[in-house]
Design a protein around this ligand. Sequence first.
Ligand code: HSE
Length: 441
Amino acid sequence: MPADSRRRPVRVGICGLGTVGSGTVNVMARNGEGIAARCGRPVEIVQIGARRDNPDCDTSALNVTREIFDVASNPEVDVLVELIGGTTVARELVLAAIANGKHVVTANKALIAEFGNELFAAAAERGVSIAYEASVAGGIPIIKSLREGLVSNRIQWLAGIINGTGNYILTEMRDQGRSFNEALAQAQALGYAEADPTFDVEGVDAAHKLVIMASLAFAMPLQFDKVYTEGISGIAIEDIRYADELGYRIKHLGIARATEHGIELRVHPTLIPRRRLIANVDGVMNAVLVQGDAVGPTMYYGPGAGAEATASAVIADIVDLARTLEAAPHQRVPSAGVAQGGCRTEARVPPMEEVVTSYYVRISAQDKPGVMSQVAQICSDQGISIEALIQHEPQPGETLVPVVILTSRAREVRLNQAVAKIQALDSVQGEVVRIRVETLG
Ligand code: HSE
């Protein structure tokens, strides 16, 4: 099907020529004909704003400027693609593009998570759209799935492995016995990690992505500051081994769940039953499970990063915009998933103390009579039942033994009280490790 020659090309300006920018230029060059056929019109890169060239893509035939704000004011540009990252200049650039009546495509999760409410309002006011498929889980079309494919559902919960670096580290620790630091160094060498890898390992990157998905799933404003965020830097190889012995894998999950008390938003290491499909998503891959009341459980799997995988999502957004370029604003899919003003103004996010889940607890205790019964009594006093327990005999010369328990579901505040009391026992040494458990069933 050829592009409709009566429709003028959609004119794109790309800001940023890093990994995703160069991937976008390359995929457009390679698949331009097919993309045009699907748009019903050609897609033309009319300008690129980048501080430096990128040897990974050929821009010799393109109009490249070092002044990225020139792209935002270029009257030839219909769609500005923001791929510079960060939130300060990127926010100004996007606001300038909107003010000049341009649609915006961005891969910038921090920008949308932290400033999305403001940007969506500005775009709605000016009658343009902001598209951000590439901001979450790279090439997986999870934004479109939540905003369009699952639109008839009342979403009950979603849970995702949404940071490839973290998943790579946990997989390497489990499969290769590498330490956390060794696995992180390898992830950096392979180019998976963010410029600041603490964003990956401390959960900030996943929190950005979670809040974006939750805003669409639950039609709520973006509330990044409300996400409970815990990273994977405290996970020890022995926890991965004990989890395995109990039939679980440890994954770093972003979880959003509707409860009668509000929408939980939390990012933390989580034990998941090994039999679940998502427990077997390894390496740098991402996956998101979404449970809707009509559709039931659905899962989306694919590469969460990478030049062309992310470019795939960027170009999908450009095509969506190209198809409705001449449409009236109300005829386009709203950026926030619901029409501006249709968001719930108040979506309560309960504090972690109110969350109810099961727990893996590892205690280092002296090997002497009565320790186990003290631990069991403390749990019982808090209404927490012990569902499974591992204690191996001490190795020769060792005086401390690890005691690992899996608890029943309990309110986090109760578990915290139990852990504090266990920690205070004379026979317990070192820090009591606590990891949440989700069955995702
Ligand atoms: N650093 C991110 C990750 C890539 O490891 O998933 C893009 O968000």
